[in-house]
Design a protein around this ligand. Structure first.
Ligand code: HEC
Ligand code: HEC
Length: 419
């Protein structure tokens, strides 16, 4: 069973993991359980079925010069035609607040080479050892569309957890890899799933895919854009204006500090789990560990939700090392809501520097108490090239995210900007 490695007390969990896998297969449930549904706990252990997954080899790590054409060669994810499953030692994770990408679901996973550890840090991205890989698979629930030329998928604003994706009910789009090579630099590789869903192919130039998002509010046809290898730099860069260094964005303590349902009913804090697996160095327990809120959590303050949302959706460009540094608008966790050095830093009464789109009749990035007069909300709510923010990575508006940011701006009580 591939799930056992992800959990502490492998012996204790062995039956649960087998039963859970059988359950997932039987229900056709994707992601091995969702965050919204209450997982059903099997009472009698089912007789384990012979795994249909071919016995996989160990994970293989390549560098940018030897990266194989097919994703299967890495042995990070295994595809038996029924489920996409993580290989042994490949650990799934989720983020307290995540990046919006046209309503796609994501299965994220970390691989650390045997005998090595990730170094814990309170601030910034965790330090990964050479030979680590992070895989992020983008997928959707299947749906019935109106145009056979488009892949019809369901538009849902919810995450799934677990360690596998049921292929009968889901469509795989792309798997992005970040790999830490021997020379200490990360390489980013875009793999696009083949039409037959059996394997994914390396597409250095990226790929445009016709996708129809099916939702209760109507259908939307888009050209889903798999980023090219050079596009990775627009967001993952370690220097302003996309220098040549790539860094992971999500695996920070405050974003990783959350519970994850590794298999049905088996829930564990992600940092504790890594520590229990002896994969985390320098971690002294959850008491001092920071945690971002889930931006969807309406019981939290608007400010906490906005800080978390803007940090993961905007700050990779809108920060001192990002591509939007020149604009002077800083949307990282520490800047948003912080009067030091100035509220202008995070947009309050800040005039946009280089924006000439249709929303430019608005004067300021944020007009306190008035979201509809704020350039920031306008650019989040439009998809024309001159307006769209983030400037790459989405084709449709994030309705729920926009509503939250609207609520946040509307309740800011700082003095108005005047003329
Ligand atoms: C529009 C900006 C953007 C682009 C372009 C982009 N990424 Fe990311 N990526 C992010 C953000 C933000 C996260 C973290 C949040 C999340 O996972 O939801 C992330 C996460 C990831 C992760 C998980 C580890 C991590 O860094 O958090 C991988 C792997 C990854 N990206 C690979 C790639 C590759 C490979 C490319 C290029 C083919 C790419 N990304 C292009 C914004 C981007
Ligand atoms: C891939 C990089 C990237 C991401 C991600 C990104 N932006 Fe931007 N943004 C830019 C660049 C570059 C500029 C400057 C050029 C322009 O105004 O179009 C900019 C400018 C802006 C401006 C005008 C700022 C000023 O004062 O001049 C606003 C407002 C803005 N972005 C909002 C956002 C928001 C909100 C998000 C996240 C939801 C976001 N951006 C994500 C690249 C990005």
């Amino acid at each position: 069973m591939t799930q056992q490695m992800h959990q502490k007390g492998v012996g204790r969990w062995a039956w649960a993991a087998i039963a859970a896998a059988v359950l997932v297969a039987a229900c056709g449930g994707g992601g091995g359980g969702s965050s919204t549904a209450t997982p059903s706990t099997p009472t009698t252990p089912t007789t384990p079925t012979t795994p249909t997954t071919p016995v996989a080899g160990a994970v293989k790590i390549f560098d940018r010069t030897t990266a194989p054409a097919k994703l299967s060669e890495w042995n990070l994810v295994l595809n038996d035609g029924n489920n996409l499953t993580l290989n042994q030692g490949v650990i799934p994770y989720d983020l307290n607040s995540a990046l919006f990408t046209d309503y796609a679901f994501k299965l994220r996973a970390i691989y650390v080479p045997a005998g090595k550890k990730i170094t814990y840090k309170v601030d910034g991205t965790l330090d990964f050892p050479i030979g680590s890989a992070i895989a992020k698979t983008f997928y959707y629930p299947k749906a019935t569309g109106t145009d056979p030329a488009y892949q019809a998928v369901a538009r849902q604003n919810q995450t799934e957890q677990g360690s596998s994706i049921a292929l009968a009910s889901h469509v795989l789009i792309e798997t992005r890899l970040l790999v830490l090579q021997d020379d200490g630099t990360w390489v980013g590789l875009p793999y696009v799933w083949d039409a037959d869903q059996k394997d994914a192919t390396l597409r250095i130039g990226g790929r445009d895919l016709p996708v129809e998002l099916v939702g209760s509010s109507g259908n939307e046809k888009i050209t889903y854009a798999v980023p090219s290898a050079s596009d990775c730099l627009k967001c993952h860069s370690t220097q302003t204006s996309g220098g040549n260094g790539i860094l992971p964005i999500g695996p920070k303590a405050r974003n990783m500090n959350k519970n994850y349902e590794f298999s049905a009913g088996n829930v564990e804090n992600q940092l504790t789990n890594l520590d229990d697996l002896k994969l985390l160095a320098g971690f002294t327990g959850l008491s001092g560990a920071p945690a971002n809120v889930d931006w969807r959590d309406a019981t939290k303050t608007y400010e906490a939700r906005a800080k978390a949302y803007l940090d993961v959706n905007c700050a990779h460009c809108h920060s001192s090392r990002g591509a939007a540094f020149q604009s002077g608008l800083m949307l990282d966790y520490d800047s948003v809501g912080n009067p030091v050095p100035s509220n202008v830093t995070w947009g309050v009464c800040k005039k946009p520097l280089a924006y000439g789109g249709a929303g430019a009749t608005r004067k300021y990035d944020i007009e306190p108490g008035n979201a509809d007069l704020s350039v920031l909300l306008y650019r989040m709510s439009h998809t024309a090239t001159a307006d769209v923010m983030p400037s790459v990575g989405r084709k449709v508006n994030h309705t729920e995210g926009i509503e939250m940011v609207r609520g946040w701006i509307n309740q800011i009580t700082l003095p108005g900007c005047g003329n």
